[in-house]
Ligand binder design. Structure first.
Ligand code: CO
Length: 134
């Protein structure tokens, strides 16, 4: 069911410093910060030849990244995103297997303008999984 790895998201305590490190130290192609109020994050996209990295920083009150950074003050991998062809079919299959979808359970429009869902990390060996319909 799952396809390509779309991105790995890293929560960071200092977005400018992390973006500069990827650009200067690692020599990656780094985009400009984008606010995503629906998801409570500011994101910087990093384009790699085979996937993307997303640097996440809290935006607004009660950002989901805030509690993560409280537990991981120097930052850390927050989630990984797999591509699916049909997000509703994927959801139906996952739920039939007992996997839990976070939030309302309805797809939201994600950072790339495509429908996304998040799956409970406790159902997937401690890893928060995002599914994105491509
Ligand atoms: Co993501």
């Amino acid at each position: 069911m799952i396809g390509r790895l779309n991105h790995v998201a890293i929560a960071v305590p200092d977005l400018q410093a992390a973006a500069a490190q990827y650009e200067t130290t690692l020599g990656a192609k780094v985009g400009l910060p984008q606010d995503e109020p629906d998801h409570g994050v500011t994101v910087v996209f990093i384009e790699l030849p085979n996937t993307k990295i997303e640097l996440l920083f809290p935006l607004g009150e009660g950002s989901p990244i805030e509690t993560f950074l409280d537990k991981n003050p120097s930052g850390g991998i927050h989630h990984i995103c797999y591509e699916v062809d049909d997000i509703l079919a994927a959801r139906a299959q996952l739920q039939s297997q007992g996997a839990r979808v976070l939030g309302s359970g309805e797809p939201k429009i994600g950072a790339h303008g495509k429908p996304v869902l998040f799956l409970h990390p406790k159902d997937f060996t401690g890893c928060l999984i995002e599914l994105e319909q491509v």
